[in-house]
Ligand binder design. Structure first.
Ligand code: NAG
Ligand code: NAG
Ligand code: NAG
Ligand code: NAG
Length: 832
């Protein structure tokens, strides 16, 4: 509110009024400009009738002086025309000079008074500050809310977010959470002018809410006599000038903020509204029954005549919660006997009895769907997902590797390294509404995660066996860990820089310490890994500051999974060779590790070795070693030499294990890729190469050996079966990439910084390929995203580009020769 005074362009007036005076009394000379200045000033003063100013006595006095100045000014203004007219007509020497002089003097005097009034502005501002920015709330001791508070706080401070609904389940302490946020505003010097706490509940009418807001904004109590409309006007008037935060506690249904007078928080204003939401609105009993009936299907009416009545009782147990109705409805969809329905009611009843209260009711209901999972392994797979931070998207591929190493799913991969069992389980869990499918990854609903953590701790009986923490506030290994009993520890995305303890962890099996941010673990002290005999999974990925591991990592005799990707590890500790059980080793994106000499002898049981984008590239020695890794099923690697590439494709077992391949710094005229040998290739990158010809070949060695005369039947496709992503960057020597026609399942293509490329698919070459092979049809039938960047010669993408059926994302930058109708196409502009 203090802003209104600052609007006055005082400096200007002052210069006009004093600086240019020829003589002390030369009012006439400057009368015109003084009048103008005064007029502007008064206008600024007048804007505010100040319905809302807190009327402290001094402020009141000040205000009445402003009023009186104002009325004098009005009189003066009325005389203005006459006075200035006189000046114009008669000039300075007119007989009316005295009158003009008097008038000019008045104007000047008044400016002085206004100056004096303005000098009090500080005082008025101070008066404003009597309103405290935020008021501390009393909070009962909280347990386990830290992460929530931290995350909520991050959202509150996020500039992009204006209206924020914090949700939790009833009973999870939404009020406490909100109070913690409120108190953070008290503790920290935030940039907000005022933080207002409002309790909104069923019986509180809008006026009640207004009163709470005004109670915070005005020191006087005069608003108490105002009408609802007047209050709204007043609130609007004050809040419009402030950067405010409104914390709405308790029930928050549709509330008309306009009616209360709260201006919508805009980015320009920087204000925020924060309210805890109940996760999902519950349905009325009728609506709930309808949803349940539809979800269960006809079974309800086609089975025993008593089933409909029982079904209604089951539906009622869901408390109108759509999630629960869905989950239980699905579980009951195939239940045709009375007994099964009775059982369901019993289970739900007993849980309801065991755990009174909203949270427990919901968890109990959700637990029913967990209980319906077929076997313990699937349950373990599900519970594992709760080790990741809230709202975290977990890559399916990554989870499957964890599950294999933890022993939840079959460790015997298919010959092609495939893990269909894992994908089956994703399907199951997604259909049961226990996981959310996000394509490459999965997520867990917060409520479900809460439940999983609860089950994971043996329904609260074994507190301390699981430790899950994340967020910026975790800067040390938590000191409340009971190392003796902890089984799984997840400290993903924390800000721990140093580990310097030497714990005794007889039962610890999982230790997740990965990050994906600027904070990272730098140092792990000697002693930390000394006694973790059961540790199976160790994830240290993303810790860019990590350059070495203590030698006693050799004590981790049970270790199967080690992710060191995106670290600066310089060498593998010698102790590694004692890890005979290790089956998964990820060294992708390690820039410091140069050699893997001896790996075959050290880690004979490796099934997965990931090296792409590391410094290590496959050479003769490494190839030799890789051949000795009998169990190797999945390999990602870099190759810098065309002969090595050719030879590795001749070693079937090795070639077929390649999932991701980066060809870099090659300068051979001809590079051969065999689509049969590289049948498992999913990702191909070609970077900084000088390759004038890519030869695609699909004759398999065995067949050639079997019968050199046999020509492959044209039904067997010659292309890459699994290749879905291709990155090409800084490639010289080719004018077109027509060979990409052999990647009929390509979904993502990125081509950049290549000076010579004129076309992606050349029409003549393309036509001749499609003619020769029946199942290679039009280019890019499955392409979903295409990114073209800095291709100065590119004139054409492919002849059917304008009709690509699946293209969803398309981006072009610096391709000056592409026709304009194409460069203008940059999308996503729409989603289907
Ligand atoms: C290993 O860590 C990297 C980097 O965090 C991650 O992208 C990758 O998915 C992890 N691999 C597995 C299988 O966990
Ligand atoms: C470790 O786990 C085993 C088996 O799960 C259990 O019997 C034992 O009590 C645990 N030890 C500790 C110290 O909790
Ligand atoms: C690529 O080929 C050109 C000639 O076509 C040559 O001048 C250049 O040095 C080559 N670059 C590499 C990295 O081999
Ligand atoms: C303090 C502030 O920036 N107030 C602005 C908030 O937004 C309204 C409407 O856009 C403006 O009128 C206020 O001046």
């Amino acid at each position: 509110m203090a802003d209104w005074l600052l609007l006055i362009p005082w400096n200007k007036i002052f210069t006009a009024a004093c600086g240019c005076f020829l003589s002390d009394r030369n009012y006439i000379h400057l009368m015109e400009s003084n009048l103008d200045a005064l007029e502007t000033t008064m206008e600024n003063l007048r804007i505010d009738e100040m319905i809302c100013l807190q009327r402290l006595a001094q402020v009141n006095e000040w205000l009445s002086r402003v009023k009186s100045v104002e009325s004098q000014f009005n009189d003066m203004l009325a005389a203005r025309a006459t006075e200035t007219g006189r000046l114009c007509l008669f000039g300075y020497c007119s007989n009316d000079c005295v009158s003009s002089y008097n008038y000019g003097e008045k104007v000047s005097k008044m400016l002085e008074e206004v100056e004096e009034l303005l000098s009090k502005k500080d005082f008025v501002e101070v008066a404003q500050k009597i309103i405290r920015k935020a008021e501390k709330k009393h909070i009962q001791t909280t347990v386990g809310l830290d992460t929530l508070v931290e995350m909520a706080w991050e959202s509150v401070m996020n500039d992009e977010i204006r209206t924020l609904g914090l949700y939790g389940m009833g009973g999870v302490g939404k009020t406490t959470l909100l109070a913690c946020i409120n108190n953070k505003f008290v503790e920290l010097e935030s940039e907000f002018d005022v933080v207002i706490w409002v309790v909104v509940s069923n019986d509180l009418q809008y006026e009640g809410i207004q009163d709470q807001i005004l109670g915070r904004l005005r020191l006087d109590k005069e608003w108490k006599q105002e009408t609802e409309k007047e209050k709204a006007l007043c609130i609007d008037n004050i809040l419009n000038r402030k950067k405010f935060v409104l914390l709405l506690d308790d029930l928050w249904s549709e509330m008309d903020l306009n009616k209360i007078g709260v201006p919508p928080p805009t980015r320009a204003n920087g204000s925020k509204i924060v309210s805890p939401l109940i996760e999902v609105d519950c349905l009325s009993p009728d609506k709930a029954w309808e949803l349940f009936r539809i979800t269960v299907g006809d079974v309800i009416f086609s089975g025993h005549q008593d089933i409909p009545a029982l079904a209604r009782r089951v539906a009622a147990k869901c408390h109108g919660l759509p999630l629960a109705l869905n989950v239980i409805g699905k579980a009951m969809a195939c239940k045709e006997t009375l007994q099964e329905w009775y059982l369901a009611i019993n289970v739900l009843n007993s849980l309801g009895h065991e755990f009174p209260g909203m949270k427990e009711r919901i968890l109990g209901v959700l637990k029913f769907s967990y209980d319906s999972l077929k076997n313990g392994e699937i349950k373990s797979c599900f519970l594992y997902c709760s080790l990741f931070p809230e709202d975290f998207e977990i890559k399916k591929e990554q989870l499957i590797e964890y599950w294999i190493c933890e022993g939840f799913i079959n460790p015997n991969r298919y010959e092609d390294g495939g893990t269909n069992q894992g994908y089956d389980i994703f399907g199951l869990l997604v259909r049961a509404h226990l996981l959310i499918d996000c394509g490459v990854g999965v997520k867990m609903h917060d409520v479900i995660r809460e439940m999983a953590l609860w089950i994971n701790s043996d329904y609260g009986n074994q507190q301390g066996t699981i430790c899950v923490k994340s967020g910026a506030h975790v800067r040390l290994i938590p000191n409340d860990i009971n190392w003796e009993i902890v089984r799984q520890m997840s400290l993903i995305r924390t800000h721990i820089e140093q580990i310097s303890c030497s714990p005794n962890c007889p039962n610890l099996s999982t230790l997740l310490l990965s990050v994906s941010g600027s904070f990272e673990l730098v140092d792990i002290s000697v002693g930390f890994f000394r006694f973790m005999p059961k540790l199976v999974v160790l994830d240290l990925s993303g810790n860019w500051g990590l350059v070495g591991l203590p030698e006693e990592i050799s004590n981790l005799g049970s270790l199967q999974y080690l992710n060191l990707s995106r670290t600066q590890i310089e060498s593998l500790p010698a102790g590694l060779k004692k890890l005979r059980k290790l089956i998964y080793l990820n060294l992708e994106y390690t820039v410091a590790l140069e050699s893997l000499v001896g790996i075959a002898a050290t880690l004979p049981n490796l099934q997965v070795l990931k090296l792409i984008y590391s410094k290590v590239c496959v050479d003769d020695i490494l190839m030799e070693e890789l051949q000795h890794l009998e169990h190797l099923k999945i390999l990602t690697a870099n190759i810098e030499d065309a002969t090595i590439l050719e030879r590795i494709q001749g070693i079937d077992r090795l070639a077929s294990s390649i999932r991701r391949l980066c060809l870099r710094y090659m300068s051979e005229p001809r590079v051969k890729l065999n689509t049969v040998a590289l049948g498992g290739l999913q990702y191909l990158a070609i970077e900084s190469c000088n390759i004038s010809e890519m030869k695609i070949n699909w004759k398999s060695k065995e067949r050639r050996e079997l019968s050199p005369m046999v020509i492959l039947p044209s039904t067997s496709s010659p292309g890459f079966k699994q290749l879905s992503t291709v990155f090409i960057f800084n490639l010289e020597g080719q004018r077109d990439l027509s060979w990409l026609l052999f990647a009929q399942n390509l979904k993502n293509l990125d081509v950049g910084d290549s000076r010579e490329i004129e076309e992606i698919i050349n029409k003549e070459k393309g036509m001749s390929i499609t003619k020769a092979h029946r199942d290679i049809v039009l280019p890019f039938g499955n392409l979903e995203s295409l990114d073209l960047d800095r291709l100065p010669e590119l004139k054409e993408i492919c002849w059917n580009f304008r009709t690509l059926p699946n293209l969803k994302e398309f981006s072009v930058r610096y391709c000056p020769k592409l026709p304009e109708d194409i460069t203008n196409l940059n999308f996503p502009l729409f989603t289907v």
